[in-house]
Design a protein around this ligand. Structure first.
Ligand code: UN1
Length: 497
């Protein structure tokens, strides 16, 4: 598939794709595919004005009607799935099936949000005062900034945007500078939905393309009550305090260092398949990628041997080619960081299997995923390297395994493979995994949108996507209504005048 017809099918014009000063390259072969225009920093005031005006109009549109816009977006995404998936593959280097899977994740969250648009429920609460009623109402919050990373260049926007839009908030999107094309294509698809919807205010979903100065304008502005940011812990350390300083709200989805415990009773065939998908899928570039294997010492040798065999035969190369399972890393810098991490692992006593540079397509950063047997959970194991490196450490007792699982600064996703009910329940209990996502007998990656997504500690604490994550996008009001002819005070206070 050549990309020009795909981009044309997505309504992107050659003017949009050339003449700009942001060079976009494909990780497949490192070649430039577009020169995109950046949003001048001086434009940000106007962007915020538009978002504010859109908010004032959109917040009074009934939520189920707002849901109709998201329903149309879901329809347009279904119609454009192949094309948008192909752009994800071109710009982020995902294999075709994962590019399509990402678009499916967008469709799923649209469906979820449409249902939600009729379920933004508040509570009725018993009042201690006679003739009074208490309730909670949920109101739109205001312009919502969505800052996304290259690795899920479109799904993460839609988790946020689908919820924000039904909740009554306009969205301002700053994608990674590495993936502006997918963002532009998504906006073109959104515009199709808007055209069918008819009377949406201008500025409901805006895209700003460029660097940290644009992000900073959003993060620092009190006109943006909610900032949802996905990326590195380093980025979160800048964004979190800036938003907090102005008492804004943030949803941070930062680094992960996800582990799997493989217990003696595990179904080892299933565990092996889960390990390979979650450690190697998306070339190890998911926040939820499996990075640490905590395996019972009785199983270690055999499991590592089987994994090394499976890794040795992985089809690595052009992500568009049928049968490829491992595409390129995002760029040469990512490859250099991987090699440096492997070097450090060796210095910390690790034995590395794999990790060599692979031919792939000329100009791209292709590498064989690595398995690294470590004597202990050393510094490099505790750091997130955004590449396909799986550290293996062994354990003797379950409490040790859980202590290892929790003994890192990050807290996104985790899992245990066991057929022992006691072990599974202990892992999920208050004394078990400290992550935002804890699974039994499935890997740590590939979460469905129905659950709340996010994690603890350096992962940032935010929750996006399903369950009641929508509440972060709304303003809660507690209302007390007096329908009596007296004015009793709570807590028995007397204040007679
Ligand atoms: C991410 O890597 O930022 O659970 C998101 C998963 C996907 C989302 C990952 N549903 O792997």
């Amino acid at each position: 598939m050549t990309i020009e017809p795909v981009l044309t099918a997505l309504d992107l014009t050659s003017d949009q794709l050339s003449g700009g000063d942001l060079s976009v390259t494909s990780p497949i072969d490192g070649r430039e595919i577009a020169q995109v225009h950046q949003t001048p920093a001086s434009e940000m005031g106007a962007v915020l004005d538009r978002a504010e005006a859109a908010f004032h109009a959109w917040r009074t549109v009934p939520a189920p009607r707002r849901g109709e816009l998201v329903r149309l977006l879901g329809e347009e995404l279904r119609a454009a799935k192949d094309e948008l998936g192909a752009v994800v593959t071109l710009e982020a280097g995902k294999i075709t099936s994962e590019g399509l899977g990402e678009v499916q994740e967008m469709i799923d969250i649209c469906d979820f949000a449409v249902g939600l648009s009729r379920q933004l429920y508040g509570l009725t609460i018993a009042s201690e005062r006679p003739g009074h009623r208490m309730m909670e109402t949920w109101h739109p919050l205001g312009p919502t900034a969505v800052i996304t990373a290259f690795n899920f260049p479109v799904a993460v926007w839609s988790w946020n945007a689908a919820l924000a839009l039904v909740c009554g908030n306009p969205v301002i999107w700053k994608p990674s500078e590495k993936s502006p094309l997918t963002a532009m294509a998504t906006m073109a698809i959104f515009n199709r939905a808007l055209a069918r919807f008819g009377d949406a205010p201008e500025g409901l979903a805006q895209l700003v393309i460029g660097g940290a100065d644009l992000g900073d304008a959003l993060v620092s502005s009190p006109r943006v009550p909610l900032v949802s940011a996905t990326g590195s812990t380093r980025m979160g350390r800048i964004v979190g305090p800036k938003v907090a300083e102005r008492f804004g709200r943030s949803i941070l989805e930062l680094g992960g260092n996800n582990a799997m415990i493989v217990a003696p009773s595990a179904d080892l065939d299933m565990a092996l398949r889960a390990i390979v998908f979650s450690a190697v899928g998306t070339a190890g570039q998911r926040c939820t990628s499996l990075r640490r294997l905590i395996v019972h010492e009785s199983l270690r040798e055999g499991l590592v041997a089987n994994l090394a065999r499976a890794y040795a035969s992985l089809p690595i190369g052009d992500p568009r080619a049928e049968g490829t399972l491992v595409g390129p890393l995002i760029d040469k810098e990512a490859l250099a960081r991987m090699q440096a991490a492997l070097e450090q692992a060796r210095a910390e006593g690790g034995t590395v299997h794999g990790g060599e540079v692979v031919e792939g397509v000329a100009g791209g950063a292709y590498v064989r995923p690595a398995i690294v047997e470590m004597p202990a959970q050393s510094d490099i194991v505790r750091a997130e390297t955004f590449a396909p490196i799986l550290y293996v450490i062994s354990y003797d007792r379950l409490d040790q395994a859980i202590a290892l699982q929790n003994g890192v600064p990050q807290g996104l996703s985790s899992c245990i493979f066991t057929r022992d009910l006691r072990e599974a329940e202990t892992f999920l209990s208050a004394a078990g995994s400290d992550c935002g996502i804890s699974n039994v007998n499935i890997g740590p990656s590939g979460a469905e949108i129905g659950g709340a997504f996010g994690g603890e500690k350096e992962t940032g604490g935010g929750r996006e996507s399903g369950s009641d994550a929508w509440k972060a996008y709304m303003r809660r009001a507690t209302n007390t209504i007096n329908y009596s002819d007296a004015l009793p005070l709570a807590q028995g206070v007397r204040f007679d005048i």
